[in-house]
Design a protein around this ligand. Structure first.
Ligand code: NDP
Length: 357
């Protein structure tokens, strides 16, 4: 059984590729350069060429970007689309985020329909950002919820990543002052995911669609793709804690849900293994956290880092009232069992120490 994974150099995709290899899938991943492709292959020295290889897709936002990559012999059975920009450096919302997210997603679906009729299912990495309603949280989030962000709102660079106001605690001697700051979470996945469901509905292709919607993803960094200076976006706060950057002031948490990257990766693979997953979105979330909770987990799992951590008395910004999440569909259909925060933190910190933190 043969699978194409887009964005093979990504944090989530690297773990997806590992699971696919462990579970016996022939895997082709896309990368933007030969250099990255070779580096990934070098780190899978036991995989023969027919088991693991790469193709170059330079920019997913280009028209016809996937037309060559999708043609393969033997042909693909499944496609896992994870390639999409994930960082907080917004210059131009359309060029930097919305185009690669949306055109990348519709582009690969069009290419599959045109050139790869053997593909039975496409799994798209979406996000909890496509579920969350920052204006009005429901009591419980599940797969029926959609982010109501409009295109006009997304055009504003301040909103490209969903802006939300949070309280920041600033240390003043032995007291704390509260100020309100703006922090942000991504919305391009909302439009990209909608475009994917629209495509399947309108074009009636040979494949069905599954989306995986994770919140903030922590977990072991991929040592051959990352360095401490170039850490994937969602693990940056873990790196910052370990490096002592939270010692004087814990920054606002801003988002409260997490999941381990290994669970997200497994969900992608289960989504092609389990027939009943077809046509469904999956909220793949383990539980709640705050930056203060992360700090305390580090204190417990890595006592040697005590001198880098803020005082135990530092307040927690976790809200007194918050929505709930319903991840039961992912447990029931995909068989997910989520790692608890402490295990995720312990393994993430270890992976950071392995690259010199
Ligand atoms: P990474 O930044 O680690 O990986 C992104 C991947 O996409 C990289 O392989 C990158 O290539 C590739 N990519 C980005 N832009 C382009 C482009 N224009 N053309 C071709 N390739 C491109 O991110 P994650 O693994 O964390 O995220 C993967 C997906 O999961 C994204 O869609 C993200 O929105 C979603 N997600 C992530 C969450 C998280 O907390 N990590 C949470 C929720 C959703 P290169 O290495 O060459 O830059």
């Amino acid at each position: 059984v043969k699978v194409l994974v887009t964005g093979g150099s990504g944090f989530i995709a690297a773990h997806v590729v590992d699971y696919l290899q462990q579970r016996g899938f022939d895997t082709v991943f896309t990368v933007r350069s030969d250099e990255k492709g070779k580096r990934i292959l070098e780190n899978h020295p036991d995989a023969p060429k027919e088991r693991l290889s790469y193709v170059i897709v330079k920019d997913v936002a280009q028209d016809d970007a996937f037309d060559e990559a999708i043609k393969s012999d033997p042909p693909f059975d499944y496609v896992l689309h994870t390639a999409s920009p994930f960082h907080f450096n917004v210059q131009d919302p359309v060029k930097d985020f919305l185009d690669p997210a949306i055109k990348g997603t519709t582009g690969i679906l069009k290419a599959i329909k045109a050139y790869a009729p053997t593909v039975k299912r496409v799994v798209v990495t979406s996000s909890f950002a496509a579920i969350v309603n920052g204006k009005q949280h429901p009591k419980v989030y599940n797969e029926e919820c959609w982010n109501p962000v409009t295109w006009e709102e997304a055009m504003d660079p301040a909103n490209t990543y969903r802006a939300s106001k949070v309280n920041k605690l600033i240390t003043k001697g032995s007291t704390y002052e509260v100020t309100t700051v703006l922090i942000v979470a991504p919305v391009p996945q909302t439009f990209a995911e909608k475009a994917a469901w629209d495509f399947v509905e309108k074009e009636n292709p040979n494949f069905d669609l599954v989306t995986i919607n994770p919140p903030l993803v922590f977990g072991p960094i991929v040592s051959y793709l990352n360095s401490l200076d170039a850490i994937n976006t969602s693990n940056q706060r873990m790196r910052n804690i370990v490096q002592g950057q939270f010692k004087d002031a814990i920054p606002p948490t801003g988002m409260w849900l997490f999941v381990d990257v290994r669970d997200v990766a497994l969900a992608h693979v289960r989504a092609i293994e389990v027939a009943e997953a077809g046509g469904k979105r999956f909220l793949v979330a383990a539980g709640f956290f705050s930056n203060k909770v992360l700090v305390e987990a580090v204190r417990e799992t890595h006592p040697e880092l005590e001198s880098k951590l803020p005082s135990k008395d530092y307040p927690d910004d976790f809200p007194s009232e918050l929505y709930e999440i319903d991840n039961s569909q992912s447990k029931k259909i995909l068989g997910m069992e989520y790692r608890p925060l402490k295990a995720t933190v312990a393994d993430t910190v270890k992976s950071l120490q392995d690259v010199g933190a």
